[in-house]
Design a protein around this ligand. Structure first.
Ligand code: AMP
Ligand code: MG
Length: 222
C-alpha cells in the first residue's frame, strides 16, 4: 500500500489535505494525524473492520483498548452511557486537551475499540489539525499512537512514516506535536476516580477540581 502524505499547509491546499484525510477515514481507511500529545492512528470508532485494521497495522494485541477522539463533550456523550457531574467538570476545565476519561460505553461502541471491556476511553484533543479533521469526519475516531506496537510514540510525520509507512492509507502532516507525552487516563466508571495512566495533566490538577483521585497500586506514581 502506498501511504499518502497530506501536508497541512496554510490556505486552501491545507484545507484540501484535511478534506482528503476525512474522506479516507469516512471510507473506513486508516489515517495518522497530529494531536497535541503525539500522532494518532485513526479509524472510524463505530466501524469494527476499520478498528481491526488499526490493530493489524500496528501489530497491537487486541486486548489493548483504544481511545476514542471527539470534538467536544457533546460528541463524547454519544459514545458513553451517562455523563456524571465529574465528567462535566473535567471536560469544562481540561477539554479540549490531554485528558482521557473512561466511562461506561454506549452499545454502539464495538468490542474492538474497548477490547471487550464495558467502559470506553474518550477525549477531545486540542490540536487545531485534529480538531479540523474530527469536524470534517463528523463521527468519533478511535486512535492509538501511530507507531508499531512496542515502539516509541511518534511526534512527527516522519516518525510515523518510518514506523507505519506502507501499512496505512495516509499521514496528515501537521508538523511536530507540541506536548510529546501521552494523555492522562482517568477512570470515572467506578465509585472513586482512578488514575490509570499518568500523563500531560497532573493528578493534583484533577484532584483540585473533583476531589480524591486514587492511584491503582500497580500504576507508577507521577
Ligand atoms: P494509547 O496506547 O496511547 O492509545 O493509549 C491507550 C490506553 O488508554 C490504554 O493502554 C489504557 O491505558 C487506556 N484505555 C483505553 N481504553 C480503556 C478502557 N476502556 N478502559 C481502561 N483504560 C483504557
Ligand atoms: Mg502507544
Amino acid at each position: 500500500m502506498e501511504t499518502e502524505i497530506l501536508e497541512v499547509v496554510e490556505g486552501p491546499a491545507g484545507e484540501r489535505a484535511i478534506e482528503r484525510a476525512a474522506a479516507l477515514l469516512r471510507a473506513g481507511r486508516l489515517v495518522a494525524f497530529p494531536t497535541e500529545t503525539v500522532y494518532g492512528l485513526g479509524a472510524l470508532a463505530f466501524e469494527p473492520a476499520a478498528v481491526r485494521a488499526i490493530f493489524a497495522a500496528k501489530g497491537r494485541p487486541p486486548t489493548n483498548p483504544l481511545i476514542v477522539h471527539v470534538p467536544s463533550a457533546a460528541e463524547a456523550r454519544q459514545v458513553v452511557r451517562g455523563w456524571p457531574e465529574r465528567a462535566e467538570i473535567l471536560a469544562r476545565t481540561f477539554w479540549p486537551g490531554p485528558l482521557t476519561l473512561v466511562l461506561p460505553r454506549d452499545p454502539r461502541v464495538p468490542d474492538e475499540v474497548t477490547a471487550g471491556l464495558d467502559a470506553v476511553a474518550v477525549r477531545a484533543p486540542a490540536h487545531p489539525v485534529a480538531r479540523r479533521l474530527l469536524a470534517a469526519v463528523g463521527a468519533p475516531v478511535a486512535a492509538p499512537s501511530a507507531n508499531r506496537y512496542g515502539a516509541i510514540s511518534p511526534t512527527t510525520a516522519a516518525h510515523v512514516r518510518k514506523s507505519l509507512g506502507g501499512a496505512i492509507d495516509a499521514i496528515l502532516d501537521g508538523g511536530a506535536t507540541p506536548v510529546g507525552i501521552e494523555s492522562t487516563v482517568l477512570d470515572l466508571a467506578g465509585p472513586v476516580p482512578t488514575l490509570l495512566r499518568p500523563g500531560a495533566i497532573g493528578r493534583e490538577e484533577i484532584a483540585a477540581r473533583i476531589g480524591e483521585v486514587a492511584v491503582p497500586a500497580a500504576a507508577p506514581e507521577e
